[in-house]
Design a protein around this ligand. Structure first.
Ligand code: GDP
Length: 368
């Protein structure tokens, strides 16, 4: 799934961050395949290249890429046992592509903490153990089901069951220690089995350190703790002040927003960084189409070939793909116009095998 679930203990700032993310909703008409759901936010991906393209190729309409965020409430200690909103929570989190794990890194006597102390290390552990326990349950159920197949007279069935058995036992061991399935390496035949299991701890995470205003620029003792753990877990950290982001998001004009940011000593909002990090962690990349009617950023999967990318615009483009005319947006920026890009020999014709690059500007030729 191409979306990012927001999780964290109660009162860490999830809803504050989610509402800041969704305060300027992307124009739904441009994205007909998106889910309409109060817990799902369709968020535009900030990309400075889009404006730079429009400066050189004037157009009527500019459409950014989007990424979905899902507000997943209800994770408390015991969620894996069905406490609180446990079951609904687990069902929702299995559906997302990656997880933004919000960690409280601010003191505020007016905001209660579920365990009464601000302790990022313990909070992160609580959540991650809960997720590992949920996966452990999935794995153990599967082990039980698999045990019948192990005794099958059919050689192929038996062989597959043996592979599964080994894998499931390896998973059982790490998960029961509260560690993520992500920490293991898997063979190709194992990956097939993993797909069906939909393990939560196989999903990549981003740690979101939610700080107060004093902590934005240089962080604080809490964020340093989060960064240390993130280093060990191989996870990236985005520092953000949810409250400030919510205030900024409520402002009307871009000028006001920029003034607010520079007053806080920031070049870029934490929200922008979070959106870009989520997009990147989902292995999503951007190509552009550019013309006088519309300049648009489109999303493809890292590694996709030209026909696949064309299919993002329309399935007919993929089916009838002939070739693509391609140049890189950096060439446009350095040469100053499409005409000069052509004259410099930087416009290429690419075929079906071409792996699209982030920042390509593309024009597709296809049969109808
Ligand atoms: P959730 O339960 O994780 O969704 O948390 P909320 O977003 O509802 O936030 C809980 C409380 O913490 C609210 O009163 C927020 O105003 C407050 N809060 C959120 N972010 C910050 C922050 O960065 N600093 C401070 N001081 N309070 C915050």
């Amino acid at each position: 799934a191409l979306n990012c679930g927001i999780v964290g203990l109660p009162n860490v700032g999830k809803s504050t961050i989610f509402s800041a993310l969704t305060s300027a909703p992307a124009e739904a008409a441009n994205y007909p395949f998106c889910t309409i759901d109060p817990n799902v936010g369709i968020v535009s991906v900030p990309d400075s290249r889009l404006q730079k393209i429009v400066d050189l190729i004037p157009t009527e309409k500019v459409i950014p890429a989007i990424v979905e965020f899902v507000d997943i409430a209800g994770l408390v200690k015991g969620a894996s046992k069905g406490e609180g909103l446990g079951n609904k929570f687990l069902a929702n989190i299995r559906e997302v592509g990656i997880i933004a794990h919000v960690v409280r890194c601010f003191d505020d006597p007016d905001v209660t903490h579920v365990s009464n102390t601000i302790d990022p290390a313990s909070d992160i552990e609580t959540i991650n153990i809960e997720l590992a326990l949920a996966d452990l349950e999935t794995v153990e159920k599967r082990l039980e089901k698999n045990s019948k197949a192990l005794r099958s007279p059919d050689k192929d069935v038996k062989k597959k069951a043996e592979t599964a058995d080994l894998l499931l036992k390896r998973l059982q061991e790490v998960l029961s220690q509260g560690k993520a399935a992500r920490t293991l390496d898997f063979g190709n035949d194992e990956k097939e089995i993993l797909k069906e299991l939909q393990l939560i701890t196989l999903k990549k995470q981003i740690y979101v350190a939610n700080v107060d205003e004093e902590g934005i620029k240089d962080g604080n003792d809490y964020t340093r703790e989060v960064e240390k753990i993130a280093g060990e877990d191989g996870v990236e950290v985005v520092r953000i002040c949810g409250k400030l982001e919510a205030d900024i998001a409520a402002l009307d004009s871009e000028e006001e927003k920029e003034m607010f940011l520079s007053d806080a000593g920031l070049a870029e909002s934490g929200l922008s960084k979070l959106i870009q990090k989520a997009y990147d962690t989902l292995d999503l990349r951007t190509f552009f189409t550019a013309g006088p009617k519309e300049v648009r950023a489109w999303t493809f999967h890292k590694g996709d070939t030209a026909p696949k990318a064309a299919g993002v615009i329309h399935t007919d483009f993929e089916k009838g793909f002939i070739k693509a005319e391609v140049y890189h947006c950096e060439d446009l920026f350095s040469y100053g116009s499409e005409q000069k890009v052509k004259e410099a020999g930087k416009l290429r014709i690419e075929g079906k095998e071409y792996p699209v690059k982030d920042g390509d500007v593309m024009f597709f030729k296809f049969n109808v």
